[in-house]
Design a protein around this ligand. Structure first.
Ligand code: FAD
Length: 330
């Protein structure tokens, strides 16, 4: 009897995790690699001595029936729940209190929780920065900066990484997949995490901001299941971030804190800045995923499917379905 096909999946963000979960459920062997310390990718949380703050994805929405069922499963497992912030919008001179009908979900106790939950049943090698994919006589091999040659005799290698990170890995192997990734324009974003010794006396928990350098602000501590010191998150708008991507963090923090102050915010006890070089895609593609069954190379990720956590999760499933169809047909 032939052994089950063995695949490598590079990137343990929500797209890679959803893809690997479905492949493993179909009894394929999947090895996941991520260069970061822990899974989750842009669904991420910074932790300090007595504080934490989600500094990537702020919440997720679930519209597609399959994803709604998955989020319900996460709620059942205690790793996600509804977040109902007092939501405002600042728009020039007007400030409006929004009674939102959108359901917003967050990871519990941090935005990383759903990813950790999915990763717990998968084989994930962290701190493995994959730098090369080699074609060998009996399949593919992946090599990392840290360990050199890792898995060999792979039937397929799937990338679940931001679009600009596709070319270095696939450039000699699949030019049309590289060209597809080249169509996705990913934008940067500055995030500023603020810590306060006491709760901040503002009458809102989150706000969309359509003025100045800010796009979004949120009282991280208002999300369910959080503890520790009060923390707030400020996200800069993509256009502003693009123009200031190479600025030093102090300069960025000064501009964002000034804008926060104009909305009633206070000076924090301390702050931490994080630069996302690839935060979102504008405009996102709607390919769903990409798969070359003839050579066993594929792509998934938010940038292929409308952006956002939901798009990423669905993209991973779409790729898994295509891969499974190929292996079943073989
Ligand atoms: P990622 O999460 O980026 O995962 C890719 C993974 O690949 C990473 O873990 C990375 O370490 C790994 N990787 C890359 N290259 C290599 C390599 N060579 N070797 C090994 N590993 C590698 N979405 C929402 O739905 N709601 C929001 O409110 C929201 N806000 C956001 C705010 C910000 C600032 C940012 C940055 C994103 C936000 N998003 C939001 C988008 C959301 O986070 C993403 O759509 C989603 O998390 C993308 O998942 P992914 O798996 O496609 O990619």
């Amino acid at each position: 009897m032939n052994p089950a096909p063995h695949l490598a999946l590079i990137g343990a963000g929500i797209a890679g995790l959803s893809c690997a979960t479905m492949l493993q459920q179909a009894r394929l062997e999947v090895s996941l690699f991520d260069k970061a310390r822990s899974p989750g990718g842009r669904m991420s949380t910074r932790r300090g001595d007595d504080w934490q703050c989600d500094h990537g994805a702020q919440y997720l929405t679930a519209r597609h029936a399959e994803f709604r069922a998955e989020v319900a499963r996460w709620q059942q497992a205690g790793v996600a729940d509804l977040w109902e912030p007092r939501l405002w919008r600042f728009d020039g001179d007007s400030r409006e209190h929004r009674e939102s009908t959108v359901e917003r979900f967050v990871g519990i106790p941090a935005m990383t929780a759903p990813a950790r939950y999915l990763a717990s049943t998968l084989s994930v090698q962290a701190l493995a920065n994959i730098q090369q994919i080699r074609r060998q006589a009996h399949g593919w091999q992946v090599c990392s900066a840290e360990y050199g040659g890792l898995e060999t005799r792979l039937s397929a290698v799937l990338l679940a990484v931001p679009a600009p990170q596709v070319a270095p890995l696939f450039k000699q192997l699949a030019p049309e997949l590289v060209a597809l990734a080249g169509r996705a324009v990913m934008r940067g974003s500055w995030a500023l995490m603020l810590r306060f010794a006491a709760p901040v006396d503002l009458t809102f928990d989150a706000a969309f901001v359509n003025q100045g350098p800010l796009r979004w602000i949120a009282r991280n501590s208002s999300k369910p299941g959080r503890n520790g010191e009060e923390s707030w998150l400020l996200h800069a708008r993509p256009e502003w971030s693009g123009a200031h991507l190479e600025d030093d963090p102090e300069r960025v923090a000064a501009a964002l804190l000034d804008a926060f102050g104009q909305l009633g915010g206070l000076a924090p006890q301390d702050w931490t800045a994080h630069r996302w070089r690839y935060a979102d895609t504008e405009p996102p593609l709607d390919e769903g995923c990409a798969w070359r069954p003839d050579i066993g190379l594929g792509l998934c990720g938010d940038w292929l499917n409308g952006g956002k956590v939901e798009g990423a999760w669905l993209s991973g499933r779409a790729l898994a379905e295509q891969v499974l169809r190929s292996f079943v047909e073989c």
